[in-house]
Every structure is written in structure tokens, then in C-alpha cells.
Design a protein around this ligand. Structure first.
Ligand code: SAM
Ligand code: SF4
Length: 381
């Protein structure tokens, strides 16, 4: 029987780096090129070659999902992204109901791009909205005008995209509670079936981290950020979204199959610089720089930088770390007696759902989701 293999395709380019972001992405200026098309010119052929290598390693496989992430995939010409879908389709068996997602930036998405991608088989858009409030977008160093989000979502719907998601960030410096309320209301006023809302992480080495350490910006109090999560969760649920993972909510049929495949421990191949792959208890990750990546692939060698073999113990710990964030929770029979005893205090203090516990599962309540990391530390030692 053929196995299942999802594809993540990394597009490592952005026009400008947002102050908070430490993703593996490069601007034309960082790559010392005049514009994006010239710095990325050999990239897609390298990605196509890596897909050929994946086929040599894996052999036959059914592909249930493809995810173009970044960076900013919507900066690439649609026919180049379409050629990647076509290559996966020709080497593997792309399932008829496969989910094909493209991350897009509201500023760099046109109706032509969207309809070409739809024709190529893409059926899900994930848009970086972040906030609807201009001064918060400014702190986040985002270039887009907030009104572009609903215009871009309208274009995606008109192009026939069934599934549209937006990403929000809460807890940025200068974001008041009312600002967050405005962003949540704005997200709920557009025709989407999925929302990801992430608490801002101040990543080391970013412009934002430097601004905070120089005292130019200050993070809002932690309690307020926790209240923002509660508020968003209540509003999303009232609007017909269900939480299915700590930072992800969807309307019926809108949950992201690709992310679920990661959390389920399914196999995936990450194409592109810095991308991670997971197959047969082995994880590996590619060289980080796009030029090194292109060089390696053009020499016909796998662009992996390093790999690790996951032991039974690693896999059990990962299962707990990922599964605790999900609505289905952790089946109690996957925990040992000590882990169950360590969790009891969280049950009596309202952080774990009592009904689920009686049904044999450890599931976080809304309060529990706010301290998920602390609960994980009592389970994974
Ligand atoms: C890497 S971006 C790709 C999408 C696209 N480039 C964009 O930004 O619109 C994916 C998402 O990760 C989230 N993200 C990136 N850095 C983050 C950080 N430091 N803290 C919280 N969320 C972050 C943002 O919500 C962003 O939309
Ligand atoms: S556009 Fe997205 S990937 Fe690019 S720097 Fe900003 S958050 Fe990071």
C-alpha cells in the first residue's frame, strides 16, 4: 500500500522583513540583488529538482496536502508555483480532495495570481492580517493597509477559493485591549472559515527585540495578553468557529488538514532552504541559505544539513506536546500513573476539562490553554 506524504514548500523571500519575524526569509537587499525576481530566478527549478529527489527516496506516495509557506509565496509568479503543484502531481499521486494552501500577504496578491493558482489546484488561502489597527501594524513593521485584507479576501472568494484563513497577532507593544477588540471584530466581519491567532513572540536578534531592549517599546502586561486570548476565543466561538488547536479556530470543514498532518505525526517532505522533513522516525532539515540550497540541489545532492533519529521516548514526548494543544486532547491510556497523578491538581483547579477526563481524555479548558506550557512541563520531564 502506498504511504501518505504531505509537502511543505518554502518560499524564502519577502520584500521587507517585518520587525518581529525571524523566519528563514530574505529580502532582495539582503541577497544583494536588484529585485525579487532576479534573486529568486533559479529557486523554483531547484525546488522542482528536490521534488524529484523526494520521489527517489520515498517512491510511490499519496499526497493529501501541499502548503506553500514563507516568506511570501504570493510574491512568486503563479505559473512557477503552479509548476511545483504539477511536478508533485506527476511524481506522486495527488489525492483528488488534497488541500493546497498558499500563504499570502494582503499587499502582494492580485486577482490574476489567485485565479491562476485556483486553476492550478490550490483551494486554500492563508493571509497574514496580524491586526486591523494602523498603529499596531506600524509597531509590527507591516507594510499593508488594513483595508487590503478584506479586499484581498474578496478577491480570493471571487477566484473560487473555498477556504480562507487569516493570521492575527495579539500582545504587541502599544496594542490596547480595545485595539485587539477592533482586530477580532474586523476578522469576523470578512468571509473566512479559519483563524490563527498567535501571541507575539519576541524572537532574539529581531529589530523588535532590539527596540524592546533599548526601552523604545514595551510589551503589554502578561495578564492583559491572556485576557486577549480569552476574549478572542469567546468571540470566535460566538461567531460559529470552534477551537481545534490552541491557536487555531475553524468553521465546519475549515480546519487545516496540512497542520493536522503535522500534529498527527504523519509524514511530510519540506522542500526548500531550512525546511524540515519527517519520514520513518527520522527528521532532517535543509541548509538555510537559498543560494547554498540552490547550489547543493544543482549538484544533484540532497540539500539536508542535519538529521535526527527519533526514539520511542522522543515520539511519546512529542505526542504529548502536540496533542495537549488539540481539542481531542491526550487519551489517558497514553499517560503513565505518575503523569496522571501529576495532572490531578490541574483537574481540581479547573485547568483540565472534567467531562473529558471522565471520558478518558486529558483536554485543556480555556484557562488551561493559557498555561499549556506549564502543564506540558509536568508531563514531559
Ligand atoms: C511566516 S508568516 C508567513 C505569511 C506571510 N509572510 C505574512 O506574514 O503575511 C506566518 C505567520 O507567522 C506568524 N508569526 C511570525 N513571527 C511571529 C512572532 N514572532 N510571534 C507571533 N507570530 C509570528 C504571523 O502571524 C505570520 O502571519
Ligand atoms: S512578510 Fe511574513 S515571512 Fe516575511 S518578514 Fe513579514 S512575517 Fe516574516
Amino acid at each position: 500500500m502506498s504511504r501518505r506524504l504531505s509537502f511543505y514548500v518554502h518560499i524564502p523571500y519577502c520584500i521587507k522583513r517585518c520587525g518581529y519575524c525571524d523566519f528563514n526569509t530574505y529580502t532582495p537587499a539582503e541577497l544583494k540583488g536588484p529585485d525579487l525576481l532576479s534573486v529568486s530566478s533559479n529557486y523554483i527549478s531547484a525546488a522542482l529538482a528536490e521534488i524529484g529527489m523526494a520521489h527517489k527516496v520515498v517512491g510511490e506516495a499519496h499526497v493529501p496536502s501541499i502548503f506553500f509557506g514563507g516568506g511570501t509565496p504570493s510574491l512568486m509568479p503563479a505559473q512557477e508555483l503552479a509548476s511545483i503543484i504539477a511536478e508533485i502531481r506527476s511524481r506522486f499521486s495527488l489525492l483528488p480532495d488534497a488541500e493546497i494552501t498558499i500563504e499570502v500577504n494582503p499587499d502582494s496578491v492580485t486577482s490574476e495570481f489567485l485565479s491562476e493558482m485556483r486553476t492550478a489546484g490550490a483551494n486554500r488561502i492563508s493571509m497574514g492580517m496580524q491586526s486591523a489597527v494602523p498603529h499596531v501594524l506600524q509597531v509590527l513593521d507591516r507594510t499593508h493597509n488594513p483595508e487590503n485584507v478584506s479586499t484581498a479576501v474578496g478577491k480570493a472568494r471571487a477566484a473560487g477559493f473555498e477556504h480562507v484563513s487569516v493570521d492575527l497577532i495579539y500582545g504587541a507593544p502599544k496594542e490596547s485591549f480595545d485595539d485587539w477588540r477592533i482586530s477580532v471584530e474586523a476578522a469576523l466581519s470578512i468571509p473566512i472559515d479559519h483563524i490563527s491567532a498567535y501571541a507575539l513572540i519576541v524572537e532574539k536578534g529581531t529589530k523588535l527585540a532590539a527596540q524592546i531592549s533599548r526601552g523604545e517599546l514595551e510589551l503589554p502586561p502578561e495578564d492583559e495578553t491572556a485576557e486577549k486570548y480569552r476574549y478572542a476565543d469567546d468571540q470566535f466561538i460566538a461567531a460559529g468557529f470552534d477551537w481545534y488547536e490552541l491557536s487555531n479556530w475553524s468553521r465546519s470543514g475549515g480546519s487545516c488538514k496540512h497542520n493536522i498532518a503535522y500534529w498527527d505525526g504523519s509524514y511530510w517532505w519540506g522542500v526548500g532552504p531550512g525546511a524540515h522533513s519527517y519520514l520513518d522516525n527520522k527528521r532532517w532539515w535543509n541548509v538555510k541559505h537559498p543560494n547554498t540550497y540552490i547550489q547543493k540541489v544543482s549538484e544533484g545532492v540532497l540539500p539536508a544539513l542535519n538529521e535526527e533519529e527519533l526514539t520511542e521516548e522522543n515520539l511519546a514526548d512529542e505526542f504529548i506536546m502536540l496533542q495537549i494543544r488539540r481539542r481531542e486532547g491526550i487519551p489517558l491510556d497514553r499517560l503513565n500513573n505518575k503523569q496522571i497523578e501529576n495532572c490531578r491538581e490541574y483537574l481540581t483547579t479547573g485547568y483540565l476539562d472534567e467531562q473529558s477526563w471522565r471520558d478518558g481524555k486529558l483536554t485543556l479548558t480555556q484557562s488551561g490553554r493559557l498555561i499549556a506550557d506549564r502543564i506540558v512541563r509536568t508531563l514531559v520531564m
